[in-house]
Design a protein around this ligand. Structure first.
Ligand SMILES: Cc1ncc(COP(=O)(O)O)c(C=O)c1O
Length: 395
């Protein structure tokens, strides 16, 4: 047992980190977000608008600050999932158009009008109810019609879309600014289904143009289509995952060279201890030491978005090396094995920095690698990091 290593020591590098309010935190790189937006901008024509998708707390990166950074970097508009997310952006001073991608019930029309939020409409009845509320208040509500060309989640069927748009054009308190669709498989190598969806959407746009009903903004492309199907860019692209420097699909649609992941997730060691052979770690005593070990506690748990079951994260980085997680992940904490790191590379101390996503020394854990281990995708990994983990915005 190394007695010296049990002495408390000051946290390493803590002052330079401008003291986040918790001992686990996210660092979001401003320059990476702006740089990734610039790379996407170069791929679209000057006439195509770039809508930054900042729903779900900007895929975990922090919606308000990410939107401010992206607005300053030239995003033309923002997309969110709910009206509440949209109002949060307005309250923070975001002035560019904000589109709610999901269903908004008519009773939220007043709030959308008050904050100049653009709503998605999916059917004539709801749109008419919204129109009546807008008309009664003497204002005009901006809407985009969503068309279901094959995702089969949300939207009006293409066969009905023409008639719905014709009817919407008769409602003076609705300003029908956009029509859009969403791809189910643009991140796959096989583009057959995505191309069929786009052909269906193009047919509708052609019919609308011929009838003088085409709204000014037609849009379809998400990050994967922006990168791999340039003919789908139309009047606007809706980019999410690529802005954050993450692959649309880790196998079939990797980002081209040059994009930079914007997010790192870090923590500090909160306690280091010895474990004797036969002692167990954490709830349920699932891990039992078969030899004397050195262990460290971390202030990260499943209520931070650090999963417990069926698979946990596997390992984190400490002193530039992987440190395996031992036993069950708890709500706010977990325990790692630092025996090998101590044996080969010196004492581990309270306050030592741990990397959960990101780079430490020569080692990296990407959101994509974590997603493979957890059995999900990188979208899920970053967007599940809960709001209680503070976000620090760094260069
Ligand atoms: C309707 C819609 N458009 C665009 C996006 C952005 O997709 P991505 O993050 O793959 O660019 C999403 C995200 O899921 C979405 O739901």
């Amino acid at each position: 047992m190394n007695v010296q290593s049990k002495q408390p020591s000051p946290p390493m590098s803590w002052d330079e980190l401008s003291r986040p309010p918790r001992t686990t935190w996210i660092e979001v790189s401003r320059s990476a977000l702006a740089h990734n937006l610039g790379l996407l901008r170069r791929r679209i024509s000057a006439n195509t608008r770039l809508m930054a998708v900042v729903k779900a707390n900007a895929y975990g990166h922090g919606a308000v600050e990410s939107a401010r950074i992206l607005q300053a970097a030239g995003a033309d508009a923002f997309a969110v999932a709910t009206l509440q997310e949209a109002i949060e952006l307005r309250a923070a001073g975001i002035e560019r158009p904000v589109l709610v991608l999901g269903y908004t019930p008519p009773w939220q029309t007043e709030a959308a009008l008050a904050h100049a939020i653009t709503l998605t409409v999916l059917d004539l009845e709801t749109a008419a109810a919204m129109h009546n509320i807008a008309a009664a208040s003497g204002r005009s509500l901006t809407v985009h019609l969503k068309v279901n060309t094959g995702m089969n989640r949300l939207g009006v069927r293409p066969a009905l879309a023409f008639n719905v748009l014709s009817a919407l054009a008769q409602l003076p308190a609705l300003q029908v600014e956009g029509v859009f669709t969403h791809f189910a498989t643009s991140d796959e190598a096989d583009k057959q289904h995505a191309e069929a969806q786009f052909a269906c959407f193009q047919k509708l746009l052609g019919d609308l143009t011929a009838a003088g009903l085409r709204p000014p903004l037609a849009h379809a492309a998400n990050s994967a289509a922006l990168l791999t199907m340039p003919h789908t860019h139309l009047d606007m692209v809706r980019a999410g995952i690529a802005l954050y420097g993450l692959d649309p699909d880790k196998d079939e649609c990797k980002l081209p060279d040059g994009f930079r992941p914007a997010l790192a997730w870090k923590a500090i060691v909160t306690q280091v201890d010895d474990l004797e052979a036969g002692e167990a770690v954490s709830y349920g005593r699932e891990f039992i030491a078969d030899r004397p070990m050195r262990i460290a506690a971390l202030p990260v748990g499943y209520a931070d978005g650090f999963p417990r079951k069926p698979n946990n994260w596997g390992s984190v980085l400490l002193h530039g090396r992987p440190a395996p997680i031992l036993g069950r992940v708890c709500m706010d904490q977990c325990v790692i094995d630092v025996s090998a790191i101590e044996a080969q590379h010196g004492t581990v101390r309270q306050g030592d920095e741990v990397v959960i996503i990101g780079r430490q020394g020569d080692a990296t854990i990407t959101a994509e690698e974590a997603s493979t281990r957890i059995g999900t995708n990188n979208y899920d990994i970053v967007s599940r990091i809960l709001a209680r983990v503070p976000r620090l915005y760094v260069e």
